[in-house]
Write a new protein. Structure first.
Length: 570
């Protein structure tokens, strides 16, 4: 792997936000040896989501822009919640987004021995001790935000005794919760994170990398700071919930001046997105309760779900560049994400025709048994995209919504006596409506003008409507899944009076089982997103087969964000 962006092309230029300004100032002042070294440190306890994409773009982006390096580090300090499946998904998602960590793939577990040695050093120096209070007692002794904590009765335990105990903890001689290793800082500190925080705890659990070698595991704060220092990180970029943890981060770094790095922790606002939850715990609950079809369900805000839905890495990176990096929390309209997806797909997605709810059309004056091939443009936004051939025949299918027996005002589609153009084909006029015994419309009879093929000659007639269609003789049946936003409320979970899952959008998935698509789509495979003309963008799903492809709706053609922008600019 290289140290640059990979398959997805260059990331959008990022503005000089406050983090980039700090990095710029550090380089000019000669700090960190004029190096820039960042890291993306996810916990392998779930799949990455769009909020992680923001952090990925920031950490790898800053490193790339300033000629530095970015590590991928898996924070595998809690074996009870971690899985190799999550590790593999993290690697896959970061690479798909277009970023490359070279040979710098690390794990917190790489440093367990060093972290243990650091804890031993702190005990020897009187800056840590083994505490035998229960978890509940530790919480009680810690105090509150308005009241100072109390010293543990074990705080003055002899260092030699603590050293014996920590070694016995490591050997697995005690059950979970019997002892912990705590830093000795200040139980009266205004910042509760400095009130003798826990550094190591006992966990009798199998680790996906170290197996059963360890029976004690470091806490996140301890592992995070030491891992950064051991890897020579210069700028440790974290979300705002770690701001109150920064004094502890700095305290840990200060205890070990001989480590390779002297990292600086900088906090930025996490992503909050409307109609979305970005909590791994909540997303895991949706998966475990089978309220969605796995982590890669196209309704999920996970990177794997968005990939399956047909989002592109370029669109996600563009979205992250648009929202920028700030110090204050804000709520981003999901329409902006959809706008970035729509904008990119409009430039690159090949066009195709599909009919979701078919209505049969018989062109009475077209020769029976004849099939002619018409030239269709693959993408009018891309001059290099070329054309394709689509079959046209006497019997066609159009959308049910494109016909009204009694049309409303300004309905420019098909109705009795009216003319429309069939995309890439001919002008037709509806001459008759066929109904079944129940009175439902089952077929339209039309006539075509052979002199209007492809729009080359339209005579003196002007038609306002252009419809997409498929040939009854050559169309392929397909399943189309119409995805919408997963939640029906703008800020799901904000109302404590009800469970966030109660706010799920029950119409977030509609399955159309008998759609028809042009034959070129029969061989469509995941990885390319198409624009179904007049319908939206759709991506082939791995569930499909050549005789019955499956397509997921990526995003509609409606661009509500563009309307918002126009209104704001006005």
């Amino acid at each position: 792997m290289s140290d640059a962006l990979t398959n997805a092309g260059p990331a959008p230029a990022a503005p000089l936000d406050f983090i980039r300004q700090i990095v710029t100032d550090d380089l000019e002042a000669g700090r960190h040896g004029r190096r820039v070294h960042t890291r993306f440190p996810p916990e392998p306890n779930g799949y990455l989501h769009i909020g992680h994409a923001k952090s990925i773009c920031l950490n790898f982006g800053v490193a790339t822009e300033f000629g530095g390096l970015c590590n991928l580090r898996l924070d595998d300090t809690n074996p009870t919640r971690e899985d190799v499946e999550y590790v593999d998904s993290i690697r896959r998602d970061v690479q798909w987004l277009g970023f490359d960590w070279g040979d710098r793939e690390y794990y917190a577990s790489d440093y367990f021995e060093r972290m243990y040695e650091c804890a031993v050093t702190l005990i020897r120096n009187g800056r840590a001790y083994v505490d035998s209070l229960s978890a509940e007692e530790i919480r009680e002794y810690r105090g509150t935000l308005t009241q100072p904590g109390r010293n543990s009765p074990y705080r003055d335990r002899d260092p030699d005794e603590s050293l014996v105990l920590i070694e016995r903890m490591r050997q697995g001689e005690f059950p979970d919760g019997a002892h912990v290793v705590r830093a000795r800082i200040d139980m009266a500190a205004p910042n509760i994170n400095l009130r003798d925080p826990t550094l190591f705890r006992i966990r009798h659990a199998h680790h996906h990398r170290t197996g059963d070698r360890w029976r004690i595991y470091p806490m996140y704060d301890f592992a995070h700071a030491l891992s950064d220092a051991l890897e020579g990180i210069t700028h440790s970029l974290c979300t705002l919930e770690f701001e109150d943890h920064r004094p502890l981060y700095n305290w840990i770094i200060e205890q070990f001046p001989d480590l390779p790095g002297d990292p600086q922790q900088i906090e930025f606002a996490r992503l909050n997105l409307t109609y979305t939850v970005l909590s791994k715990r909540k997303l895991l609950e949706l998966v475990e309760r089978k309220m969605v079809h796995g982590w890669d369900d196209p309704r999920m805000p996970t990177i794997s779900g968005m990939r399956r839905r047909g989002y592109t890495p370029e669109a996600i990176r563009d979205f992250c560049a648009r929202i920028g990096v700030a110090k204050n929390e804000s709520l981003i309209d999901v329409a902006l994400l959809e706008h970035s997806v729509r904008e990119h797909l409009n430039r690159v997605a090949p066009r195709a025709m599909a009919v979701l709810r078919p209505l049969k059309v018989v062109i009475e004056n077209y020769p029976e048994g004849q099939v002619e091939m018409l030239e269709a443009i693959n993408n009018p936004e891309d001059a290099t995209a070329g054309t394709r051939q689509v079959p046209f025949s006497r019997e066609l299918y159009i959308e049910q919504d494109d016909f009204r027996e009694e049309p409303p005002k300004k309905f420019f589609r098909l109705f009795p006596g009216n003319e429309v153009r069939l995309r890439y084909a001919y002008i037709i006029r509806c001459t008759a409506v066929i109904k079944n015994d129940a009175g439902a419309i089952v077929e339209l009879r039309c006539r075509y003008d052979p002199d209007t093929r492809g729009g080359s000659v339209a005579g003196e007639r002007r038609v306002k409507g252009t419809l997409h269609w498929v040939s009854a003789a050559r169309a392929r049946r397909a399943e189309v899944r119409l995805y919408d936003r997963l939640f029906s409320t703008e800020q799901p979970g904000i109302d404590d009076s009800r469970h966030f899952a109660e706010e799920m959008n029950q119409a977030a998935l509609e399955t159309v089982s008998d759609a028809l698509v042009e034959p070129s789509l029969a061989e469509a495979r995941p990885g390319t997103t198409y624009q179904f003309e007049r319908l939206g963008y759709f991506a082939p799903d791995a569930d499909g087969a050549p005789d019955r492809p499956v397509f997921n709706r990526t995003v509609t053609l409606r661009d509500s964000w563009a309307k918002i922008e126009r209104a704001q600019n006005a």
